[in-house]
Design a binder for this molecule. Sequence first.
Ligand SMILES: [Zn+2]
Length: 186
Amino acid sequence: MEISKKNKFVEFLKNYWIYLTVAVVILVVAITVGVLAGGQSVPTTTPNLEFSLPMNEATIVKDYSSTELQENQTLNQWEAHLSVDFASDNADVFSVLDGTVSDVSYDILNGYTVEITHAGGFVSQYASLAEEPEVAKGDQVLSGQKIGTAGNSASFESYLDNHLHFTLLLDDKAVDPNNYLDLQNK
Ligand SMILES: [Zn+2]
């Protein structure tokens, strides 16, 4: 009885020793990697999440509102405005954060638009720009870097004249830029 049991165990080892060895090696490697990764702080570059303003000396000509409807005199309708409109004598438009230009586009409603993708799930969109924004898709930009000029290319807001239609997205949802940018105290 005892002998037959022992034989079975020896048989088992003979057949499967290679798998056992591999399993032990994987376990040891996994534990080593885990200890190293957990025990040391891996140096990472902290992204700059300090927002700067998209325009200098700007006036808010239309603020963000998600619930209160505002009149759109071009479309002659009342609507939510999930963006902030800026106008300024200085028409330069700047990136609000470090990031990568993820899109430069034109359509009749929004006009010339630059989209910049940032760290932390933020995306900023600059619509109603003048023709030929100064950046191209794939460009790396810094916070405060000029990306274009405010214009009147967004036909859905043409009654506002030259302005920047600025939208801030967090995880694909429009958020109130007032919660991130110091817009009211300039
Ligand atoms: Zn607008």
